[in-house]
Design a binder for this molecule. Structure first.
Ligand SMILES: Nc1ncnc2c1ncn2[C@@H]1O[C@H](COP(=O)(O)OP(=O)(O)O)[C@@H](O)[C@H]1O
Ligand SMILES: Cc1ncsc1CCOP(=O)(O)O
Ligand SMILES: [Mg+2]
Length: 262
């Protein structure tokens, strides 16, 4: 685990190109900015190649995609592969909506992601494992989350992050579990989307996307935990404000001080 990547990210201030969903786009932009990278968003297919070209990494969020937008998302994904930019996919609710699963499967045939970040319901669905996803949330399942994440990573030949109370990060063979976090993440819609885009930001500063994924999960979850620990009885509204503040100021030493992973 290379927590010092956080300092490299802040020094390099990489551009992260996001195709976001309309629900959480502001949180995603502000989260990237606060941690020390530079967000840019677009829904226009005509500028796909240029946007990818100026970015250090690309994050495609499939949270609220229209038929028209699929063309742009495909073009961006293919351009990222062509221009060798790290590509992160957030497959929102593929475990809950059959249409989304078909759409995501189709897109994953058209381009190759470097990292997929989803909750247990989403990663289980992509792995073909039985799980009762609940809308955008993980839902309920009995399977072993490390085995599910590894199955997904092997099937799709990429790094997989299965996030939740414990985050599992795997390259299909090895796995790391990050146990930091706070249940307050669950009362803020967009926590997962923020994490996916922050994973992309870390992928922009190293060629080792497995390591980038681990560091992103630790930094994000531990920052949330520090916010929780600093203020008792935080509510959903105050949490996101304090989380953004903390993403801006939390140091490598702060993270290392509470890091809990194996
Ligand atoms: N119960 C929990 N306790 C601690 N951290 C959590 C909990 N649930 C989610 N997280 C954290 O919230 C962030 C978003 O993950 P998750 O909730 O799984 O995504 P999504 O919003 O896509 O469902 C991750 O950093 C994860 O570690
Ligand atoms: C509510 C909602 N509906 C479609 S996308 C979206 C946001 C999902 O955000 P997250 O997965 O980060 O909780
Ligand atoms: Mg999500």
């Amino acid at each position: 685990m290379k927590v010092a990547l956080l300092d490299e990210l802040r020094a390099k201030n990489p551009i992260v190109f996001n195709v976001s969903n309309f629900v959480t786009v502001q949180d995603v932009a502000n989260g990237i900015n606060a941690i020390g990278a530079s967000p840019i968003m677009s829904e226009e297919v005509a500028e796909a190649d240029e946007m990818v070209g100026l970015a250090g990494a690309v994050c495609l969020n499939l949270g609220a995609v229209t038929s028209t937008q699929i063309t742009q998302i495909r073009a961006v994904g293919q351009s990222a592969n062509r221009q060798h930019r790290p590509l992160v996919i957030d497959p929102v609710a593929v475990g809950a909506v059959k249409y989304r699963m078909q759409m995501a499967t189709g897109l994953l045939n058209d381009f190759h992601p470097d990292v997929i970040r989803g909750n247990a319901g989403e990663i289980a669905a992509l792995a073909g494992v039985d799980w009762q996803a609940k809308g955008i949330d993980a839902g309920e399942g009995a399977g072993d989350i490390e085995a599910i994440a590894k199955a997904c990573a092997q099937k799709l030949a990429c790094v997989v992050i299965l996030s939740g109370p414990t985050d599992v990060i795997t390259d299909g063979t090895q796995a790391v579990k990050v146990k930091n976090g706070t249940s307050l993440f669950q009362v803020h819609v967009g926590s997962g989307d923020m994490l996916s885009s922050i994973v992309a930001a870390f992928c922009a500063v190293t060629d080792d996307y497995y390591e980038a994924a681990q560091t992103a999960c630790l930094v994000f979850a531990a920052t949330g935990q520090l916010v929780h620990d600093a203020t008792p009885n935080l509510g959903a509204g105050t949490f996101i404000m304090k989380l953004l503040d903390a993403l801006q100021t939390t140091t490598v030493a702060d993270i290392e001080g509470i890091a809990d992973f194996e």
